[in-house]
Design a protein around this ligand. Structure first.
Ligand SMILES: *Cc1c(COP(=O)(O)O)cnc(C)c1O
Length: 408
């Protein structure tokens, strides 16, 4: 038997059935009209934001990175909970506007911004986190033609990365940001152009669980921001410290000690150099804020034995939850937290693999896990499905179509 990942806090059984925000998942599936279904818990999201706010210095603003989950009810919920949004495409800007988010609270990072995306963002008053000098030229030219003062920040490619992060986004040659040594010259040019100078965006990595590594990266980020601002001879109105905090997915993973991260950041804030004394700071997070809120529910269609191994074949799969299949940025396949939702408090009775309905051996949601005996019609829950699930999976693959989504 292979271990399964840890089920996040906030999920319990009522009468043996998994409940989300106090409602049995069988009831939620009925309300949604069937499976597969992503259910997101607003209670888990609210609790996560509250825990983070309590841990972090009050000076630190919180932004939501929309790419983690752009489902409209989630965007609307975050509009009540966070101080800003980070987007990575014109499509995400359109989603935010549709949801009624004030564009002046939005910053736009991401390589390869097209002119049409720059135009829409500049016209709306979105802050651009510039990813190259050429992008700066194009943004200034577009703003000049339209007579709008653009709000411009520089995304810095830091000369360090976040230790232990699942996805490195800084350090060495990268498509993201502008190499640190070229930043002061561009900062001076932006200020001289008459644009609204918004400061730096420094994102060094994500999905880290080690508080000391995150704090160490934040300290390096502050030092880098101070050095570059001083070298440029410009003030720094705003500095986006990036994100980095991840969630436990796999056996043995331990949650980030956010109280420790917050305490160490408060120490840093207490000894900021003069060039940063008036700077506003934020952190942008996707996965940490929304990942644990989501449960992917799929129904067992068939139960079969092959060469003595049990397979629970479901109506879902990697076309909705690519990451749980181990094919989204992981090197070694390990099991996500997965459970039989309709026998949630039953003891382990057998070893089984939970597979999807796609005709590919990649489509495996749990490999040789320990489960109560599940039959056709039972519901399987894949946890930690709130981030990089529905929108980060190949929903059109094999003509299976998208999953339903629901915020409770
Ligand atoms: C992907 C991304 C994020 C969100 O990362 P998480 O791991 O979901 O917190 C934040 N900022 C930028 C620039 C990103 O590319």
């Amino acid at each position: 038997m292979k271990p399964l990942g840890p089920i996040p806090p906030g999920f319990a059984a009522g009468n043996g059935v998994l409940a989300v925000d106090g409602v049995a998942v069988t009831e939620l599936v009925e309300r949604a009209g069937g499976t597969p279904l992503f259910v997101y818990s607003s209670t888990v999201i609210r609790d996560t934001v509250a825990r983070l706010r309590a841990a972090m210095p009050a000076r630190l603003a919180l932004h939501y990175a929309v790419k983690a989950n752009p489902y409209e009810p989630i965007i609307k919920l975050f509009a009540q909970l966070v101080d800003g949004f980070d987007i990575a495409s014109g499509g995400e800007l359109a989603m935010l506007r549709e949801a009624g988010v004030d564009p002046s609270l939005v910053s736009f990072a991401g390589p390869g911004k097209r002119d049409s995306e720059l135009e829409a963002a500049i016209a709306a008053g979105v802050t651009l986190n510039l990813e190259s000098e050429r992008e700066a030229d194009r943004a200034l030219a577009i703003a000049g033609r339209s007579g709008v003062v653009p709000r411009l920040a520089i995304r810095v490619n830091p000369d360090f990365d976040l230790k232990g992060s699942g996805m490195k986004m800084g350090g060495g040659a990268k498509p993201f940001g502008i190499d640190a040594e070229r930043v002061p010259a561009l900062a001076r040019r932006i200020v001289a152009s008459g644009a609204e100078w918004r400061g730096f965006h420094i994102f060094a990595g994500s999905q880290a669980l080690d508080a000391e590594a995150i704090a160490d990266t934040q300290a390096q980020t502050l030092a880098l921001a101070a050095r570059l601002a001083e070298e440029a001879g410009v003030a720094l109105p705003h500095c986006n410290l990036g994100g980095g905090m991840g969630i436990p997915y796999f056996p043995g993973d331990v949650p980030v000690d956010v109280a420790r991260v917050g305490a160490l950041l408060a120490e840093q804030f207490a000894k900021l150099p003069p060039v940063l004394s008036d700077t506003a700071f934020c952190m942008e997070l996707g996965r940490y804020l929304v990942g644990e809120s989501g449960v992917y529910l799929t129904r067992v269609v068939d139960r079969k034995i092959s060469h003595g191994e049990t397979f629970l074949v479901t109506d879902g799969g990697l076309h909705h939850q690519l990451a749980a299949s181990g094919n989204f940025g992981t090197v070694v396949r390990r099991n996500y937290p997965v459970a039989v939702a309709t026998r949630f408090d039953a003891p382990v009775e057998e070893e089984a693999s939970v597979v999807g309905c796609l005709c590919t051996p990649l489509d495996r949601l749990a490999d040789k896990g320990g489960f109560p005996r599940a039959e056709e019609g039972d519901l399987i829950a894949v946890f930690c499905a709130g981030a990089y699930g529905a929108s980060a999976s190949p929903a059109a693959f094999l003509g299976q179509g998208p999953a339903r989504e629901m915020l409770v």
